[in-house]
Ligand binder design. Structure first.
Ligand code: BGC
Length: 784
C-alpha cells in the first residue's frame, strides 16, 4: 500500500516538475520524447490495466471501468503527458457495456450480432466485414477504443463451451473470417483484440491447463488462423490465452508472443493478458520480457512488481521501454486520443438490419425433405420447445451482449404473417420461468463458470400430453420444434443432455412427428445452439431441420426469412457434425466430467502431473482435427464440413488454375440451375503430392461466395491462394514446405461433394521459421 501512495505522490507532484520544465504532451510524432520524459512509475503504470489500481487488489473479470460502465477494462491515464485513459470493451458479438446507468434515463443498448459460428457459416467475407464496421461504429460511439474480439480459437472438439464465439475447425476459414471482421472494425478508427492466443480450445481449468501439442499441429492448426488475421488485417491488439502451451503460460511465453507473433509474422501492435490479474506461479518480469505489453484488468501489485524488478536489476529497462513504446503507439491511434466526439447513440436501427441479413445467411439448412421449406400454405404453426418462446440470441459470459430486444420465434413468424396456436403459447407461458432463463443467459460474471441452469424449462414438455399434441396438429398447418442449447465461458459442454438430446426432447420429437405425419402435416426442427449437437439418431423423423445458431437480436426474423423463402439458405457448416461426440479423435483427450465442480484430486488418473484433460491435455490426435480426420480416413459423419442445403441448385463449370509467381488463381463458373434466386459457397480443397510428411487427403485452401444469382444466371468466381498456403509444417527443419509435384485443386459444395478438379505442377517451396514451442512432454500420437 505504501508503494501505491508513493506512486500516487509522484504523480500528484508531477505538475510541480512541469512548472520547471514543461512535460511533452503525447503526439503521434513525439513518442520518443514522451518515453524519455516518463518516470519509471509512469511506465509501469501504463503497462498495467487501470481497473483496480488504487481501489482493490483483486482482479475483476468482465466490467470495472468507470468511464463506460460495464466495459471490461481500461489503460491508465497520465494527464501530465497528455496520455488519456483508453477503454476496452467485450465482444465479440457486439459491444458489451451496461445498458443502463445511474443518474440518467438514457439507455446504452448495443446490437446483438450473430455469434461467431453463425457469422463464419455465411462464408461471406464481405458481409462479415460489414458486421465488423457496424460493431466498430458502436464501439466508437460508446466511447470505447478497442473491442475484445474476434474470438478465433479452433473448434478442436464440439464440446468446447466457447465454440459459439469461435469460427471453425479449419484455420484458413477462421483466419479469413477473422481478418474480415478486424478490417471492418478497424476501418472505423477503433481497434480489436484477436483472442485467445492460443490453443484455448477447452474451458475446463482454462487458467491452468497445459495444452501439450506438437509444433506441427500448432503451426498448421492452432496458430495458423491467427497468422492469417495478423498478416492480412493488422489487428491493433492480441489477447493471450489463459492456458499454458507446452509448459509455459501463453501470457509469459516468449516463443509465442515474440518469436512467432512479432518475428515470424511481423505483428506491430500490443499484446494484453486475458483478465486474470496477478499469477502466483509466473513472475511479472518474465511476462514483460516475453512481450506482454499490458496486464489486464490490472492490479497495483503488478505495477509495483515492475518497478521493483527494474530497481533490483531483475528486469531490463529496455524491455519495459519497448512495451511502453508499443502502448504509446497504440494510444495515439485511439478515438479517445484523437478526441472523437462519441455520440452514445449508434444507429441501432441500421445495425438491426445488418444482423438480420447476416444471421439469415449464416443459418444452415440441414434437411429439407420433399421441399418442406420454404413453407407453403402455412398460416398457423404450433410452436414446441421453450426456445421458441425464449429464443437464445447469443451465449453466456463476456460474449453476452445487452441487446435492446430479442425477436423470438412467435414474433418472427407473426412479423412474417404466420400465427402460432394460442393454447400452446399459453401453456409454455404458464410453465416456464422466463425471468429465470433471462437471468441465466445474462448472469453475473461471478457465475459465468457454472453450468447454465435452465430450471423448469423442460416442464412443458412433460405436461403436454399426446392428446394435446393431437389437438395442436388439428389446429395448425405445421409444427416447429425449437431445440435450445446454452453454453458459455469457463465450462465445457457435457455429452449427455447437451451434445445429445435429452429423453424428453427425443420423446417430444417422436410424439409431435407421429401426430403431424398422421395428418399429412410437416414438422420442422430449429436448432438454436452455439455449437454442434447430435442429430443422427432422430434426424429421420422431422421433415426439415435448420441450424439457426444463436443468431443475434433479430433471430426470430432471420429464421422466418428462411422459413418463408424470403431468403434462400446459403449457410454452410464450418465444422463437422459427427454421428457421436466420441467420433472426434480429440474427444479421447477432452474433459468429459465436470472438473470445475468436483473435487478432482480424488478422480481416476490423478498423477504428479495432475489430472489429464484438466491439468494437462495431450493433443494425441495431432493434426487430425475435424474433417482432416473424417475425410482422410473415410469415417461416416452426420453432416460433413462445408455442408448446407439451398432452395435452388447450382452447377459448377470446369475449374481452371493458373500460377503466376507466388500466387495461384483458380477460376470456376457457377450457374443457378434451379427455380429461385440464391447464393452458393464455393470451396477449394487441395490435395498435395506425396512427400515425406503424412498429409490430410484434402485441406481447404480458398473459398468464395457468389452474389445472389437469379434462376439461370451464372457467375465466374476467381479465387487466389499464395503458394505458402499450400505448405505443411516440417518439424525437423522448422520450416514450411510445399513439395514439388502435381497439386489437385478440388472445387466442392462441401468436403465430400467435389464438383470439379484442376491440377497444377508446382516447384518446391520452403520457408524457415523460428524453431520454438516444442513439447516438453512426450505426446503419444494416435495416428502415426
Ligand atoms: C474472457 C475474455 C474477455 C475478458 C474480459 C475473460 O474472462 O476470457 O474473452 O475478453 O474476460 O471480460
Amino acid at each position: 500500500m505504501k508503494k501505491i501512495y508513493t506512486v500516487l505522490g509522484l504523480i500528484l507532484l508531477s505538475p510541480l516538475f512541469a512548472l520547471a520544465q514543461p512535460a511533452p504532451q503525447l503526439r503521434e510524432d513525439n513518442i520518443d520524447e514522451v518515453l524519455k520524459a516518463m518516470t519509471l512509475e509512469e511506465k509501469a503504470m501504463l503497462l498495467v490495466g487501470n481497473a483496480s489500481h488504487f481501489t482493490s487488489s483483486t482482479a475483476v473479470v468482465g466490467g470495472s471501468a468507470v468511464k463506460v460502465p460495464g466495459a471490461a477494462g481500461t489503460t491508465a491515464a497520465i494527464p501530465r503527458l497528455g496520455i488519456p485513459e483508453t477503454v476496452l470493451t467485450d465482444g465479440p458479438a457486439g459491444v458489451r457495456i451496461n445498458a443502463t446507468r445511474e443518474g440518467t434515463a438514457q439507455t446504452f443498448y448495443a446490437t446483438g450480432f450473430p455469434i461467431g459460428s453463425c457469422l463464419a457459416s455465411t462464408w461471406n467475407t464481405g458481409l462479415v466485414r460489414m458486421v465488423g464496421e457496424a460493431i466498430g461504429e458502436e464501439t466508437r460511439d460508446y466511447h470505447c477504443d478497442v473491442i475484445l474480439g474476434p474470438g478465433m480459437n479452433l473448434h478442436r472438439n464440439p464440446l468446447c463451451g466457447r465454440n459459439f464465439e469461435y469460427y471453425s475447425e479449419d484455420p484458413l476459414l477462421t483466419g479469413k473470417i477473422a481478418a474480415s471482421y478486424v478490417l471492418g472494425v478497424q476501418s472505423k478508427g477503433v481497434g480489436v483484440s484477436i483472442k485467445h492466443f492460443a490453443v484455448n480450445s477447452q474451458e475446463t481449468n482454462r487458467t491452468g491447463v497445459d495444452e501439450r501439442v506438437s509444433q506441427r499441429a500448432l503451426r498448421e492448426l492452432y496458430l495458423r488462423g491467427f497468422e492469417y488475421a495478423v498478416r492480412e488485417a493488422k489487428p491493433w491488439t492480441v489477447m493471450s490465452a489463459y492456458n499454458r502451451i507446452n509448459g509455459t503460460y501463453a501470457q509469459g511465453n516468449r516463443d509465442l508472443l515474440t518469436s512467432v507473433l512479432r518475428d515470424d509474422w511481423g505483428f506491430r501492435g500490443i499484446v494484453m493478458t486475458d483478465w486474470i490479474g496477478e499469477r502466483a506461479d509466473m513472475a511479472i518480469p518474465d511476462q514483460v520480457r516475453a512481450g506482454n505489453d499490458l496486464f489486464e484488468p490490472g492490479e497495483a501489485k503488478q505495477m509495483n512488481d515492475i518497478i521493483d524488478a527494474v530497481k533490483n536489476g531483475k528486469l531490463d529497462i529496455k524491455d519495459v521501454d519497448r512495451n511502453v513504446r508499443n502502448m504509446l503507439e497504440y494510444i495515439v491511434k485511439t478515438p479517445t486520443f484523437r478526441k472523437y466526439q462519441a455520440t452514445d447513440r449508434p444507429d441501432l436501427k441500421a445495425h438491426a438490419a445488418i444482423t438480420r441479413a447476416t444471421a439469415a445467411e449464416g443459418i444452415v439448412l440441414l434437411k429439407n425433405e420433399k421441399g418442406t421449406l420454404p413453407m407453403k400454405d402455412v398460416k398457423k404453426v404450433a410452436l414446441f420447445g421453450v426456445g421458441s418462446y425464449h429464443f437464445l440470441s447469443g451465449g453466456v459470459g463476456s460474449g453476452c451482449v445487452h441487446t435492446p430486444y430479442i425477436v423470438d420465434m412467435v414474433e418472427g413468424l407473426k412479423n412474417a404473417g404466420i400465427a402460432s396456436t394460442s393454447n400452446l403459447t399459453e401453456m409454455y407461458t404458464k410453465y416456464v420461468d422466463f425471468q429465470k432463463i433471462k437471468t441465466e443467459a445474462d448472469r453475473d460474471p461471478a457465475r459465468w463458470f457454472e453450468r447454465p441452469d435452465m430450471g423448469d424449462q423442460k416442464l412443458p414438455e412433460i405436461a403436454i400430453s399426446r392428446q394435446q399434441i393431437q389437438a395442436e396438429a388439428s389446429a395448425s398447418d405445421a409444427a416447429i420444434i425449437t431445440l435450445s442449447r446454452q453454453a458459455g465461458e469457463g465450462i465445457d459442454r457435457a455429452i449427455e443432455g447437451e451434445f445429445n438430446l435429452t429423453e424428453l426432447e427425443q420423446e417430444m420429437i417422436g410424439n409431435v412427428t407421429a401426430a403431424y405425419h398422421q395428418m399429412g402435416k410437416k414438422v420442422i426442427v430449429i436448432i438454436n445452439s452455439g455449437s454442434v449437437i447430435e442429430t443422427a439418431s432422430w434426424r429421420n423423423l422431422p421433415d426439415a431441420i435448420l441450424m439457426a445458431w444463436q443468431p443475434g437480436e433479430e433471430g426470430g426474423n432471420s429464421v422466418a426469412d428462411i422459413l418463408t423463402g424470403k431468403v434462400c439458405p446459403s449457410g454452410k457448416l464450418t465444422m463437422t457434425w459427427p454421428i457421436q461426440a466420441a467420433d472426434h479423435p480429440s474427444t479421447a483427450n477432452f474433459p468429459q466430467d465436470d472438473m470445475t465442480i468436483y473435487h478432482y484430486e480424488s478422480m481416476k488418473g490423478w498423477s504428479k502431473d495432475g489430472l489429464p484433460n484438466r491439468d494437462y491435455t495431450n493433443h494425441e490426435e495431432d493434426i487430425w482435427v475435424g474433417y482432416r480426420y473424417f475425410d482422410t480416413f473415410g469415417r461416416n459423419v452426420a453432416y460433413p464440413f462445408g455442408y448446407g442445403l439451398s432452395y435452388t441448385t447450382f452447377a459448377y463449370g470446369q475449374p481452371r488454375v493458373k500460377q503466376s509467381g507466388d500466387k495461384i488463381t483458380l477460376s470456376v463458373s457457377v450457374k443457378n440451375t434451379g427455380k429461385v434466386a440464391g447464393k452458393e459457397v464455393v470451396q477449394v480443397y487441395v490435395s498435395a503430392p506425396k512427400g515425406n510428411m503424412v498429409k490430410p487427403a484434402k485441406e481447404l485452401k480458398a473459398f468464395g461466395k457468389t452474389r445472389e444469382l437469379k434462376a439461370g444466371e451464372s457467375e465466374t468466381l476467381t479465387l487466389t491462394m499464395d503458394v505458402r498456403d499450400l505448405a505443411s509444417f516440417d518439424e525437423t527443419g522448422s520450416q514450411w514446405v510445399a513439395d514439388a509435384g502435381t497439386y489437385r485443386f478440388m472445387v466442392g459444395a462441401n468436403v465430400e461433394d467435389i464438383r470439379g478438379t484442376a491440377t497444377a505442377s508446382l516447384k518446391r517451396y520452403v520457408e524457415k521459421v523460428s524453431n520454438v514451442l516444442a513439447p516438453t512432454h512426450a505426446i503419444n500420437k494416435m495416428i502415426k
